[in-house]
Design a protein around this ligand. Structure first.
Ligand code: ATP
Ligand code: SF4
Ligand code: MG
Length: 345
């Protein structure tokens, strides 16, 4: 553990703090996530946004200690209340489910088709809270009601294939909450759902966050979801943080060309403007010593093609971005280089 990150030295510690997370493919050594840093406090929601393949899920899996065998954590640390848990978690770790819980995009495929909801949920309570069968069933019943399932008796007897997508996601959320986690990681939790159900699930997550003081890490490719659900956001491209800061500020006045391109890609319902997809293919270029977005950026210069832009934060530390152009536009030193760490508070 780093000295300056002890609980005593940094009060009040963020609930979850991620520092310099770097993940690479084992077979090729290709960087998939590079120097990603952020923190989430109790009751706060932070969104990770980026196109497909930008490294959102691998970041979440690295935080959870659940990276697949084909990728490896090269460096970086995960702190829970200021305590370094990087080496302590993993599939069998006691922290998982209790302190950190996760829900994924496709709830149906996460639920065992052979198990009723009741068996799954009571199992969660028995495993995570050491409850006896009767108490676990009572808690499961209450939690199903809490997540908005109005007929818990019936739902407890259902198999996953008997649930709608929205019902299954509510069951997954109930399963994630069974251990009373302090941090919930939601990886595209509404992508598979229709618009109405999506809004209901997002409302539920917001309610749980405020009532249970949950720290929420929301992963999405949808800026509308980011705007509706998060206090802070990180924009990822090619595994690197392009821009980060308060959601309202970033969406109101994006500094980074990639953030601006993402916003421009959104349809405008009021004016009837259709979506304008970002030209080019998402993904990181073959070489590393460049801005990962340079192949698709209208503003790319020779510098962008052969130098990695440092991530710089504003003097108040509230937002930052990694763009040569943006850095050049601030010669007054309001921005301070953060060693390419993508670090902001
Ligand atoms: N198990 C794996 N082995 C090797 N490479 C992987 C593995 N999983 C993901 N990758 C690669 O890592 C990069 C980031 O993947 P990741 O799944 O984190 O993207 P994502 O932002 O979650 O995308 P999506 O929006 O499609 O879910 C991609 O280039 C992907 O091909
Ligand atoms: S560093 Fe260059 S290529 Fe990258 S976003 Fe900025 S201007 Fe575009
Ligand atoms: Mg993903």
């Amino acid at each position: 553990m780093t000295d300056d990150l002890t609980r005593e030295a940094r009060p009040p510690a963020a609930c979850l703090e991620v520092r310099g997370l770097t993940v690479a493919a084992r077979s090729t050594g290709k960087m998939l996530v590079e120097n990603v840093s952020f923190s989430v406090s109790a009751g706060e929601a932070v969104a990770l946004i980026g196109e497909s393949g930008s490294g959102k899920s691998l970041t979440a899996l690295a935080v959870l200690g659940l990276l697949p065998p084909s990728v490896e954590l090269i460096s970086g640390s995960v702190f829970l209340d200021g305590i370094d848990i990087t080496g302590l978690h993993g599939p069998a770790a006691p922290l998982r489910g209790r302190e950190l819980a996760v829900i994924f995009q496709d709830p149906q495929s996460c639920l065992d088709p052979r198990w009723t909801v009741g068996r799954y949920l009571t199992g969660q309570f028995r495993r995570l809270r050491d409850l006896g069968a009767k108490s676990a069933a009572a808690e499961a019943h209450a939690l199903l009601e809490r997540v908005g399932l109005t007929n818990p008796e019936r739902i407890m007897r259902c198999y996953p294939h008997e649930l709608s997508g929205g019902m299954a996601q509510r069951v997954m959320i109930a399963g994630a909450l069974a251990g009373k986690p302090r941090i919930l990681i939601a990886d595209e939790p509404t992508t598979a759902l229709d618009v109405t159900t999506q809004a209901q699930i997002l409302d539920l997550l917001a309610e749980l966050r405020s009532q249970n003081d949950l720290a929420l890490l929301m992963i999405t490719h949808d800026l509308g979801v980011v705007a509706d659900t998060s206090d802070k956001m990180l924009v990822l491209y090619g595994g690197r943080v392009m821009e980060a800061g308060d959601t309202s500020q970033l969406l109101g006045s994006p500094n980074h060309p990639y953030t601006r391109a993402l916003l421009a890609a959104m349809p405008d319902i009021e004016t009837g403007t259709p979506p304008k997809p970002i030209a080019g293919t998402p993904g990181r270029p073959a070489q590393d010593d460049c801005c990962p977005f340079h192949l698709r950026c209208d503003l790319a210069s020779a510098t962008c093609r052969n130098t990695i832009p440092a991530f710089r934060t504003t003097s108040n530390g509230k937002r930052g971005s990694a763009c040569h152009l943006e850095n050049d536009n601030h010669p007054d030193q309001r921005l301070a280089a953060q060693g390419g760490q993508g670090r902001w508070l």
